[in-house]
Design a protein around this ligand. Structure first.
Ligand SMILES: Nc1ncnc2c1ncn2[C@@H]1O[C@H](COP(=O)(O)OP(=O)(O)OP(=O)(O)O)[C@@H](O)[C@H]1O
Length: 489
């Protein structure tokens, strides 16, 4: 996408409820020699409307009222047009209107859906190695022209190493001067940003004020797929500017060897972690690495014994469906939440030196001795075509848990994995699909992998609980991307 839009035409416009309605080209050849187009006749019978949600900027031109008609102005509109892809357009329109601040009124309507100020002050973090080295180019070609067209104030920082984003966000003194932190990356950078905010002394203020979102430029873009319903950096950039803010739960992870870390997406142990982190050495296979890893483990009928205590909220499928129906909303941006304070970060679970509470259920050893998949998540789409947590809800105070054990046949497990694109795997017999508030997992094998938001964590006892509505992010329609749940149940 070019940073320099476009063909300029001159049309007569009317401000309507839904957008700027244009009627043909108006005396285009003789009105303004700069923007002359072919033909000179006006055709006021041709109407088209530029919806407010497509308008990025509106500016009154100095030459307004040059025709001597009091109340007639020229407004330069910058907007996006969608064919098969997003294009930037600029157009000068002539409006007869007596409102003194017409361009401001148009901008208010254009950005009315979001509670963030316009123009937003954005900190963009780019992982140049993200998306197999394509992240920077994806951002520059597809997202940056949209931020520029909207006349946003943004600063770009490039991450130089693993954990650099955490360090940048933890130490940046002027962080509260920004409205939004945009991660032009995969899911690794949002994970690091959230943890950088968490490690700050002023974390309550930061989580209260700052919005954290993603422009999908990595290999795994779950945040954008789940919240912005796209894997396209241009579409995501538009949502960063236009879509409403929503507060979502995070997960707090306690382990013996490190201080508490936060997660926005998922934690996995067993076959999926093995297929992901355990196949780093197969990187040369590109996107097939994960599939190869999983199929290998499947054929080995691998099992991953552990001890597991769970604070269930809705244990079986029927209770979970009821929980889903009771909590699902069409637009979470309208939900009122308590402000974030220091108490918002207090953990309720016991420390790891103490046993899990007696009201947590210790899972049957038939399951835990033979466990194959253990996967908890807070967002529905964990990667393109992987609708792993179709019942995830942004702010229900619960994680979605999926467990299988290797007493199921290889065919049943293969069948389950083949259904993750549709999300119907959670209905398979022998799959435990629950809503849980907290759990403690202790691996009973000497070596293995625990993966959190796609990052490798120490392989040791891991206790997780939900920190409700801690993170402000952006959601295209005020809710997660459609998953189909529970219509197929
Ligand atoms: N300059 C850098 N050099 C090496 N690693 C980096 C750099 N910047 C960030 N990282 C690390 O790269 C990892 C992956 O980042 P990210 O999720 O953005 O990309 P991805 O393409 O989706 O991931 P992956 O490479 O795991 O498929 C993160 O752990 C992050 O800390």
């Amino acid at each position: 996408m070019s940073d320099k839009p476009l063909l300029q035409t001159l049309s007569r416009a009317i401000i309507t409820q839904s957008g700027i309605q244009l009627s043909g080209n108006w005396h285009e050849s003789n009105y303004h020699p700069l923007f002359c187009c072919s033909g000179s006749s006006s055709d006021s019978s041709i109407h088209r409307t530029i919806p407010y949600h497509d308008i990025l900027f509106a500016e009154e031109l100095d030459s307004s009222a040059s025709d001597g008609d009091f109340g007639t102005r020229e407004i330069e509109l910058t907007y996006v047009a969608r064919n098969n892809k997003i294009d930037l357009k600029k157009e000068i329109v002539i409006v007869t209107d007596y409102e003194p601040n017409l361009s401001q009124t148009i901008l208010q309507k254009a950005y009315g859906q979001t509670d963030r100020t316009h123009p937003q002050r954005i900190l963009v973090l780019i992982n140049p190695h993200g998306g197999k080295g394509k992240a920077l180019r994806l951002f520059e070609d597809k997202a940056e022209p949209i931020l520029n067209a909207a006349q946003c104030e943004y600063e770009v920082c490039t991450t130089l190493k693993h954990q650099h984003a955490t360090e940048l966000i933890r130490t940046r003194k002027d962080i509260l001067d920004f409205d939004t932190i945009v991660c032009a990356s995969g899911d690794g950078i949002p994970h690091e940003v959230i943890n950088g905010l968490y490690q700050r002394d002023d974390r309550a203020e930061c989580f209260e004020h700052l919005t954290v979102t993603q422009i999908p430029c990595g290999s795994g873009n779950a945040m954008s797929l789940s919240c912005l319903d796209t894997n396209d950096p241009a579409e995501a950039a538009l949502s960063v500017l236009k879509a409403p803010s929503v507060r979502i739960d995070l997960m707090a992870i306690t382990q013996p060897s490190q201080s508490v870390r936060l997660s926005f997406l998922s934690l996995t142990y067993g076959m999926i972690a093995d297929g992901d982190i355990g196949t780093e050495w197969l990187r040369f296979l590109g996107p097939f690495r994960f599939e190869v890893g999983i199929v290998t483990k499947l054929l080995q009928n691998a099992k991953y014994p552990c001890d597991l205590s769970v604070d269930f909220c809705a244990k079986d499928h029927q209770l979970l469906s009821q929980h889903y129906c009771d909590n699902i909303k069409s637009d979470y941006s309208k939900t009122q939440h308590l402000p974030i304070t220091d108490q918002s970060f207090e953990l309720k679970s016991p420390s790891l030196e103490n046993p899990p509470p007696t009201d947590w259920e210790r899972l049957d050893s038939q399951i835990t001795d033979n466990l194959s998949i253990f996967y908890v998540g807070k967002m529905p789409i964990v990667s393109a075509d992987t609708n792993f947590f179709p019942a995830a809800i942004p702010d229900d105070g619960c994680m979605d848990l999926v467990i299988t054990d290797n007493r199921s046949s290889v065919l049943d497990t293969a069948n389950l994995l083949l259904q993750v694109d549709k999300g119907t795997h959670v209905l398979q017999k022998d799959v435990i699909h629950s809503k849980v508030k907290a759990f403690r997992l202790t691996p009973r094998i000497p070596k293995g992998y625990i993966s959190v938001d796609g990052e490798s964590f120490p392989f040791e006892t891991t206790q997780v609980e939900v920190l409700p509505t801690l993170l402000k992010t952006v959601m295209k329609e005020g809710t997660y991307a459609e998953t189909g749940f529970p219509s197929y149940s």
